[in-house]
Design a protein around this ligand. Sequence first.
Ligand code: CA
Length: 218
Amino acid sequence: MMRILVIEDEPRLQRNLAKALREEGYAVDTASDGDDGALKAADHDYDAIVLDVMLPKLDGWGVLAQLRATKRTPVLLLTARDSSSDRVRGLDTGADDYLVKPFDLAELLARVRALIRRSNGQPKPELILGDVVINLPTRLVSRAGVAVTLTAREFAILEYLALHRGEVVTRSALYEHLFDENEDTLSNLLDVHIFSIRKKLGRDLITTRRGQGYCIEA
Ligand code: CA
């Protein structure tokens, strides 16, 4: 399971952030001041950190500087105002992305997902799922040693599920990641692709979790 640290001193926002992230399936730790946050960030290897700039004891810049001395954990910075100097400073100091308060929770979740995806950007070239082998750089897929031809979309769905194996990927997450917002997608299109992948690679590769989404078992 992916683990996220939220460093935010405003209780209500911290609670809302933690709740929203947990609903997305992340494990969430929280810290209410910079000292505690820096300590936790040093102690655990989080998949991502959501870091407020204005914090008691040690501000977000201080937390970021301490963290960057030892770790590359992806950091999403929450800045209080739309000040371009804050943004530049954030990215200079080693933040990976930033959001200006107030922000939309859905936007934050999307940014966190993108950060984690990017930080996992150098996966092993081959993913082995039973008798199915996915070569990521060449985008070649084989089953029991025999090459299988997937469409680009099928490959994208398979790749995404495989990179998140062991997790249930919601339909909306798949749509968000794989379909351009300008594309006019029918809600059942995903099922068509999944059906086709199963036909080519075996029925058991992708599990349907009714009402939740899809999963490739770890
Ligand atoms: Ca604050």
